[in-house]
Design a binder for this molecule. Structure first.
Ligand code: LR7
Ligand code: MN
Length: 477
């Protein structure tokens, strides 16, 4: 693959420039769904596909209009599309259906051997397509994503995305980028031009063999508008015998928008929670507790009927979620094994550790226990970290403070000993209830007089103020 100088940012790794791809690659349909998209960004997407893909690899471009309310997306778009050098089909949803069902409509008429989904505000770079198709040709059960470059929504400036991050998710089931772990670098023997096996995908930009898409159960058509489908598909791919990769020699830009430019009929929270419940109920087994306990209101949301999706999981003989955590995502924010999931209560004051909704790099707080999960949910994991979602309690100085930092899985300042005796799954007998920080050899203690809102670190002295009860919570859905 040769890249033309000056045309695009030097986005890809040096080694990609000399890669040669087979002449015979599967062809692809490009499916782009949109709701009230701007003319310029939509057309930028379409033109970049046409200009920067070998035409014999493009079966067609399918645009699915999810009931947009803008006149220029009606007849003017159809007239414009007629003059393009690649067949462009335009489908219209009769009513607003959301991106999941709109994509299903597009996929349904796709004739290519591969389906490539793109958001409606992307820019494909030169040479973006061949590496994706070549990987699918090698292994039809591999679902592939390009590196997603960032197009600024203020200036439309183009910035290369990183090949050092991959997809994960937190307890709230938000998709997040996390650093590619050492084990994945080692597996590729340091060759950054080789695909990265990623636990999840962002969801908007990927290619999949069309038959495999169908075998795998396409999408959950019970999901509305936006959200959740990307994790649902990621879990399904891995748990049911496929693999999900970021092909680092392929770059596509995406306009990252600060706010949603459209409405969510039914309410944003409700829609996303419903979709997330569907994926948690079908794919996450007992680990769905992490989601439910950290977002207590969610259990009230009606998620409809998932029996067909459960039957699909049976039919495909998919692995349990614990297998996924162990084999695919050992650095997950959800610990595969843990001693407790729930509140951490001080014996003396009866107050609970509380992340106060604070962010990374801030102090962990302490507050009256409310028993409602949310900010008072902590997990003491088998790796002996105390975590609340993707943040771990971290102490780097004698006498504290106790800061919440991204969990690094390397013990160090995030290692805590709880002197409870482990007596099997979920159960343990405590002795002294102390939470001893190994590196400092100090114990977690109640707040000082100066600041009643944060716990402290002190010499371990056996007092009641250094005793903590780690309580398990489970919510029944
Ligand atoms: O009701 C809708 N109907 C639609 O047709 C809502 C949206 N859409 C269209 C929309 O016009 C767009 O083309 O669906 C596409 C995706 O919607 P966005 O661009 O508002 O989503 P996003 O970029 O904010 O969100 C990411 O997560 C989504 C979860 O449902 C989808 O998987 C998006 O495709 C996905 N985008 C990406 O992966 C691009 C990289 C972002 C990151 C990280
Ligand atoms: Mn988008």
């Amino acid at each position: 693959m040769r890249r033309q100088e000056g045309q695009i940012p030097a986005a890809c790794a040096e080694g990609c420039k000399t890669k040669v791809y087979p002449d015979e690659l599967p062809n692809t349909s490009i499916v782009i769904v949109f709701h009230n998209e701007a003319w310029s960004t939509l057309l930028r997407t379409v033109h970049s596909v046409i200009n920067r893909s070998p035409h014999h690899l493009l079966s067609e471009v399918i645009l699915v209009d999810d009931a947009s309310e803008r006149d220029f997306l009606k007849a003017p778009l159809e007239n414009y599309a007629r003059h393009l050098e690649v067949p462009v089909k335009i489908l219209r949803m009769e009513q607003r259906s959301g991106l999941i069902r709109a994509r299903l409509r597009g996929a349904n008429i796709a004739r290519g051997q591969v389906i490539t989904f793109l958001d409606a505000h992307c820019e494909c770079t030169v040479g973006w397509l061949e590496p994706l198709l070549a990987r699918i040709r090698e292994d039809r059960k591999t679902v592939v994503c390009p590196i997603i470059d960032v197009i600024s929504d203020d200036t439309f400036e183009y910035m290369a995305g990183s090949d050092m991050t991959y997809g994960g998710f937190n307890w709230k089931l938000n998709f997040r980028w996390y650093p590619v772990p050492q084990r994945e670098m080692d597996r590729r023997k340091g060759d950054r031009t080789l695909p990265v096996r990623t636990p999840t995908m962002a969801g908007g930009l990927f290619s999949i063999d069309k038959n495999y898409f169908e075998e795998l159960g396409t999408y959950d058509s019970g999901m509305d508008i936006w959200g959740g489908e990307n994790l649902e598909m990621s879990f399904r791919i891995w748990q049911c015998g496929g693999s999900l990769e970021i092909v680092t020699c392929s770059h596509v830009g995406h306009v990252f928008r600060k706010a949603t430019p459209y409405t969510f009929p039914g309410g944003t929270g409700h829609v996303i929670n419903k979709n997330n419940r569907r994926l948690a109920e079908v794919w996450m087994d007992e680990f769905k507790d992490f989601f439910y306990i950290i977002s207590p209101g969610v259990v009230k949301v009606d998620y409809g009927d998932v029996s067909e999706r459960k039957a699909l999981r049976e039919k495909l003989k998919c692995h349990p979620f614990s297998w996924y955590l162990e084999s695919i995502y050992p650095d997950s924010q959800i610990p595969r094994r843990y001693f407790s999931l729930g509140e951490i209560r001080n014996v003396e004051t009866n107050q609970c550790l509380d992340n106060m909704g604070r962010k990374e790099n801030e102090k962990v707080g302490i507050f009256n226990c409310h028993g409602m999960g949310g900010n008072q949910v902590f997990s003491y994991t088998a790796d002996k970290e105390i975590r609340t979602d993707d943040l771990c309690l971290d102490v780097s100085r004698l006498n504290g403070p106790i800061i919440m930092l991204k969990c690094h899985h390397m013990r160090g300042n995030q290692l805590w000993e709880y002197d409870a005796e482990y007596a099997g799954k979920w159960e343990y007998n405590f002795e002294h209830f102390f939470l001893r920080h190994i590196n400092s050899n100090q114990c977690l203690d109640e707040p000082s007089e100066e600041d009643k809102m944060v716990p402290t670190m002190k010499e371990c002295n056996g007092s009641r103020s250094q005793q903590w009860l780690l309580r398990n919570m489970t919510l029944n859905s």
